[in-house]
Design a protein around this ligand. Structure first.
Ligand SMILES: *[C@@H]1O[C@H](CO)[C@@H](O)[C@H](O)[C@H]1NC(C)=O
Ligand SMILES: *[C@@H]1O[C@H](CO)[C@@H](O)[C@H](O)[C@H]1NC(C)=O
Length: 495
């Protein structure tokens, strides 16, 4: 049989296409199988989790390890939150993306694991909608045995239903920093005019943290625009998880610098999360800082904060932990949590954070009201919101304890010093000046292993993990009577 050259080419072409389709279907099937395996593993493993410290209205991993919030977004009428996730152990491992969704930023439902690592570990990133699809842009971290030991490039994954994500065939879409830095991660995408913009954390050749700005019309081809911000040498060697947004007429560069030295009361956690306020011009792509770096939260456990916007309100969530410490819940088969969602406002060159308004929907009515005398105490369940009204011209000291032990923490105010103190004992103290703008109340949110303290109108906020056994006990060690209003809170996150 004689085959003409043309026909030969056609046949070879057909074979190639068929072969490619088979290979492609096989890799898609492998990925689908891997997703099923993860879900099955989670379902089985969940039965073994000790729930003693599991948070009831904060997002936690179903099993295994959680760190940074990712892809915090409002897409198709629903809030989405993804998170750095390693299902197979309660310590960090090759990163997946876990996924929860919520109608109101308070009630969360678990969704299937959104991203599974293959050649690349799925590091932090963001979510947005493009062309009727939900898109994830994330850092693919590839590791190798020899120098350079890792590189970081930016990947895309798409979804038609906001639940099942498939990775883009042409990944990575963004590979190189102007100075070829290996650290190049945590893309945060937003839309403005005809363009999608993205900022990424990176560093200079001489190890100063910086943030790079790019833009794209099609989310595939990205053009470098500017260095949006850079440490002058005093703000660490790497800026992680950058975020950039307008707030009350100013621009805010939020990020998590690594390598900032402790300085008095400031920067006592291993890594920081904070912000620089300034002005930005979409013509020159220049960010002009006006107010220097400030910490966003003053507690022991707060990192990698990330925001989203809806109806003109700016919401923030963060990893309710920190690196390089013992996470007591790891013994129970899980580790890591998210803070409650807070709304941000910019007042007097400072960001105020208040619990998202719908948090009140968790209150079990009627609450309890009590004038708590010096040395008197009250007992609560594992989840409670406590509002404290006291005279700020006198000292305040409240001691919290687990009903069955553990969880000891003291909250203090001394008018002579003008600082609010959160003290976990053994000198494990965080403190900061507080000048109330209006309200003098403290709002305290306690969950099975967490404390969040909001002072006044959110001028000062502390997020600290504490580990009580049983429910919570509050003792008034102040020299004054304090007024307590307390509500048990319902469960609103998957246990
Ligand atoms: C990153 O590393 C992978 C695996 O070693 C390699 O295939 C890829 O070309 C590298 N990419 C860049 C941008 O260096
Ligand atoms: C505490 O409540 C009592 C009774 O309602 C009130 O008279 C007092 O002013 C309150 N104290 C503070 C500090 O809010």
């Amino acid at each position: 049989m004689k085959i003409t050259n043309d026909k030969m080419i056609l046949r070879v072409g057909v074979v190639f296409v068929a072969l490619f389709a088979i290979v492609n279907t096989k890799s898609v099937n492998n990925y689908e199988n891997a997703k099923h395996e993860v879900e099955e593993y989670i379902l089985n493993k969940k039965k073994e989790i000790n729930l003693q410290y599991k948070l009831h209205y904060h997002v936690t991993p179903p099993v295994g390890w959680m760190n940074d919030p990712n892809g915090f977004s409002h897409v198709n009428g629903e809030y989405h939150l993804f998170y750095q996730f390693y299902p197979y152990d309660s310590v960090w491992g090759p990163m997946h993306w876990g996924h929860v969704a919520s109608p109101d930023l308070v009630h969360w439902k678990q969704l299937p694991t959104a991203l599974i690592p293959e050649d690349e570990q799925c590091f932090s990133g963001s979510a947005f909608s493009y062309d009727d699809k939900m898109v994830l842009m994330y850092t693919g971290r590839r590791v190798s045995e020899e120098d350079p030991y890792f590189n970081e490039t930016q990947y895309l994954a798409f979804s038609d239903d906001g639940i099942n994500f498939y990775k883009y065939d042409g990944n990575p879409v963004l590979s190189m920093t102007p100075n070829n830095a290996a650290d190049f991660r945590d893309p945060k995408v937003w839309q403005h005019g005809d363009y999608y913009y993205v900022i990424l954390g990176s560093k200079t050749d001489d190890e100063r943290g910086r943030v790079l700005l790019y833009r794209s019309k099609d989310v595939i081809n990205w053009e470098f625009l500017s260095v949006l911000g850079e440490s002058k040498g005093d703000l660490g060697y790497m800026w992680e998880c950058p975020d950039f947004f307008e707030l009350d007429g100013k621009f805010v560069l939020l990020m998590s610098p690594q390598g900032v030295e402790p300085e008095g009361d400031r920067y006592k956690n291993i890594y920081q999360t904070g912000y620089i306020i300034g002005d930005f011009d979409y013509e020159t792509f220049e960010f002009k800082p006006e107010v220097e770096f400030q910490e966003l939260d003053f507690g022991h456990d707060y990192y990698a904060a990330s925001t989203t916007e809806n109806d003109g309100r700016r919401y923030v969530i963060a990893w309710f932990n920190t690196w390089e410490i013992v996470h007591p819940e790891a013994e129970d088969g899980w580790a890591g949590a998210m803070t409650i969602v807070r709304e941000m406002k910019l007042v007097n060159n400072r960001i105020l954070m208040t619990p998202v308004a719908d948090m009140v929907s968790l209150r079990e009515e009627p609450g309890t009201q009590k004038e708590l005398q010096p040395n008197e105490n009250m007992q609560f369940g594992k989840t409670v919101e406590i509002i404290v009204d006291a005279d700020l011209n006198q000292k305040i000291e409240l001691q919290l304890d687990g009903v069955e032990g553990g969880g000891q923490v003291w909250l203090r105010w001394d008018p002579e010093v003008g600082k609010v103190v959160v003290d976990r004992g053994s000198d494990d103290i965080r403190q900061v000046e507080w000048e109330p703008l209006g309200s003098h109340s403290w709002r305290i949110f306690l969950d099975a292993s967490s404390l969040e303290l909001f002072c006044g109108e959110g001028e000062v906020v502390f997020s600290s993990r504490v580990y009580p056994l049983g429910g919570w006990k509050l003792r008034n060690l102040s020299p004054q009577t304090v007024n307590i209003t307390a509500y048990n809170l319902q469960t609103s996150a998957p246990l």
